[in-house]
Design a protein around this ligand. Structure first.
Ligand code: AP5
Ligand code: MG
Length: 191
């Protein structure tokens, strides 16, 4: 079982590159944002709680989010037997610590952290564009600004956390989708 984290700011291309990684390496994709949006669409209790945070651009509390991931890992154990690409988790240091513990229960760990590094104006442009195309609720300029602030304060420190573990692979995420995917494959091949 080979597990990867795809990491980076809102709009950096985590979901887009995860699809390619999933197909190329035949592993399972878990996007915590998608799991939450699915709950919102179905109007579940979790969805109602998640919506109150997502619409403000804030993070769902760690204890709840860790339970959501644990449930997802258990439910998708068969699909994930070859490995997982984790998109949107961990987003805080406590989540990273909890993830290690959870994966140990499956005799597994994190192989590498793929860090998509994208210039901030491009992030904003991509999310504004998607907001116009798909109507995703948190892709408006006020919420985008808050998401970026929260990212810098609470999530960006994970880069150093994984650098210290020798797992962080910096990837230039500014080019075309295929160029970026080529960089990812190269970096993983060198690992
Ligand atoms: P989440 O859904 O994870 O959102 P995010 O991190 O803000 O990231 P996005 O999904 O917006 O962007 P992405 O990096 O996936 O980029 P994408 O490929 O889509 O989380 C949403 C919310 O849920 C959070 O704010 C939080 O409230 C909550 N949440 C989730 N996980 C949590 C956790 N662990 N703890 C607490 N709370 C949590 O690309 C963006 C756009 O650009 C797309 O339109 C795409 O088509 C386009 N694009 C991609 N690559 C390129 C390219 N190379 N060139 C041109 N366009 C491109
Ligand atoms: Mg995404």
């Amino acid at each position: 079982m080979k597990n990867y984290i795809i990491f980076g700011a809102p709009g950096c291309g985590k979901g887009t590159q995860s699809q390619k990684i999933k197909e190329h390496f035949n592993i399972h994709h878990i996007s915590t944002g998608e799991v939450l949006r699915d709950h919102i669409a179905r109007g579940t209790e979790l969805g109602k709680i998640a919506d109150s945070y997502i619409s403000k651009g804030h993070l769902i509390p760690d204890d709840l989010m860790i339970r959501v991931l644990a449930h997802e890992l258990k439910e998708k154990e068969d699909e994930a037997s070859n490995g997982i690409i984790l998109d949107g988790f961990p987003r805080t240091i406590p989540q990273a610590i909890a993830l290690e513990k959870l994966l140990r229960e499956y005799n597994s760990g994190i192989e590498a952290v793929i860090g998509l590094e994208v210039d901030e104006p491009l992030l904003v442009e991509r999310m504004i564009h998607r907001g116009e195309e798909t109507g995703r609720a948190d892709d408006n300029i006020e919420t985008i600004k808050e998401r970026l602030k929260v990212y810098h304060r609470r999530t960006a420190p994970l880069k150093e956390y994984y650098e210290k573990e020798g797992k962080y692979l910096p990837i230039n995420g500014n080019g075309s989708i295929d160029e970026i995917f080529d960089h990812i494959k190269e970096a993983l091949a060198k690992k």
